[in-house]
Design a protein around this ligand. Structure first.
Ligand code: GAP
Length: 444
């Protein structure tokens, strides 16, 4: 297993690149920002959408036994009573009386000492519920209190019966959802890793309890395969953490952890949740959510296997892994700067998959024409400003895997020069072959 490598400088550089190139920056920055909230700029939102689509395609569109759901962020408050969030979804926090800083007790090295000012004058640890509160309707009182969902899976359990009836699915089958979740984290930190508003991608797989562990192993492997095949994660970058302490209803749980610049951190959880969720919602709603197995003439409460990952964390993992400073490469392309900053993003999720670079402004019209054709199939842009070398660097920084140079020959030989971000090799490709060439290279 790889060591826990902490590299705060690399993290700072990544954060600064993300802001400079419009991937991610603090929300409401002109007002000083708001802690734990992040906006995705033009490149970030393209990439985020690509990652989300990759997950959805993998988990829903390519399977006939997983259905999709798009539920509301605010649901009936009793949903959160049944799920246990209102009573138990809390962290212990303490305040420093001297410098007024607030901490999560489990994140303090020494819970008796303030990490900021060293004071021992701390308040008694107390429970702090992480649910974000709001009011529904014009009256702001307890009766009208509602909560922003803290996880996207609860509406999946609540809608289980409706989805099953509408789709006529039989066990085993899954329901997946991508959407916003909100947690009033005491200490948002590590860039987008721990935010107060974030997107989750969750899939709940409903099965017969007797087959629960088989399905748990299956989904664990599916998710590992996803990271290996689709995002090209290697064994030094991710590892599996097996939970030993389990919730009373759970049979097994693992986390997929990755090597962030601040050390190993949880990216995704795969959990065997038993029959807990559907049983609780049956009890609290009065609706029997049991499944009737007509083939075997029996009723059963389905067991749930969950795969749960934060989209923002997946973005951060991909970006952390992709960030590179390539010192050897600069001489190759005749550039003067000492380091080439490059994001080795998997082409499938790169915000720009191919950039069309006309060698001269005079060729801009032709380049734009080519770009508008490619835009139907790929995420592309044109860039005409500065030398070709400078443009390569700009594209390297945003992780563009292929730069297509349209030169003075292109009009006659109907070809462009394709420069590969990772090998820096160049090859001449005929425009009639270009789409096929790029499709294969992106899929590889
Ligand atoms: N339904 C199970 C559940 O929500 P969780 O471990 O609390 O489990 C699942 O969250 C995933 O959601 C995490 O593995 C992480 O990727 C993401 N996540 C959780 N809290 C987050 C936060 N404050 N900021 C960003 N992502 C978060």
């Amino acid at each position: 297993m790889a060591d826990d490598v902490k590299d705060p400088e690399r993290m700072d550089k990544l954060v600064s690149l993300c802001k400079r190139r419009g991937f991610v920056f603090p929300s409401s920055e002109i007002y000083g920002g708001i802690n734990g909230f992040w906006d995705y700029g033009p490149y970030g939102s393209r990439m985020k959408r690509a990652v989300e689509n990759l997950w959805w395609h993998e988990m829903v569109e390519t399977r006939d036994n997983v259905e999709g759901l798009d539920s509301t962020i605010i649901c009936h408050p009793r949903v959160w009573k049944a799920s246990g969030h209102l009573d138990q979804f809390s962290d212990l926090m303490t305040d420093c009386r001297k410098c007024k800083a607030r901490y999560r007790v489990d994140q303090m090295e020494d819970p008796t000492t303030c990490p900021a000012c060293g004071s021992h004058d701390l308040t008694e640890p107390r429970e702090f519920n992480l649910m974000m509160k709001t009011y529904v309707g014009p009256v702001f009182d307890e009766e009208h209190t509602a909560y922003l969902r803290a996880e996207t899976c609860q509406p999946i359990f609540v809608d289980f019966h409706s989805v099953r009836v509408a789709t006529r699915q039989k066990l085993p089958f899954g329901i997946a959802q991508i959407g916003k979740a909100f947690r009033n984290e005491i200490n948002p930190r590590n860039f987008t890793f721990r935010s107060r508003e974030f997107t989750q991608m969750e899939m709940e797989f409903f099965c017969d309890g007797e087959e629960g562990m088989e399905w748990f192993e299956y989904w664990k492997q599916q998710r590992i395969n996803f990271y290996r095949k689709q995002l090209k994660f290697t064994d030094d970058f991710f590892r599996i953490y097996v939970h030993e302490k389990l919730a009373h209803y759970a049979k097994a749980a693992i986390d997929i952890e990755v090597q962030f610049p601040f050390g190993w951190g949880e990216l995704e959880g795969v959990h065997h949740r038993g029959t807990w969720d559907l049983t609780r919602h049956s009890e609290f709603s009065g609706e029997n959510l049991e499944y009737v197995d007509h083939d075997n003439q029996r009723k059963l409460m389905p067991t749930v296997i969950e795969t749960s990952v934060g989209l923002d964390r997946m973005m951060l993992a991909i970006l952390s892994r992709a960030y590179d400073e390539d010192k050897a490469a600069t001489a190759k392309e005749g550039m003067e700067e000492d380091v080439r900053i490059v994001l080795h993003l998997p082409p499938k999720v790169a915000p720009i998959q191919a950039a069309v670079l006309p060698l001269s402004k005079k060729l801009m019209e032709n380049a734009e024409k080519l770009n508008s054709e490619l835009l139907h199939y790929f995420r592309t842009e044109t860039d005409v400003t500065g030398s070709i070398g400078k443009r390569y660097r700009r594209q390297d920084e945003i992780g563009t895997p292929f730069c297509l140079t349209y030169d003075f020959e292109s009009g006659t030989d109907n070809s462009v020069t394709v420069r590969n971000r990772d090998t820096m090799k160049q090859e001449r490709v005929n425009l009639t072959q270009l789409r096929d060439y790029l499709e294969k290279a992106i899929e590889a």
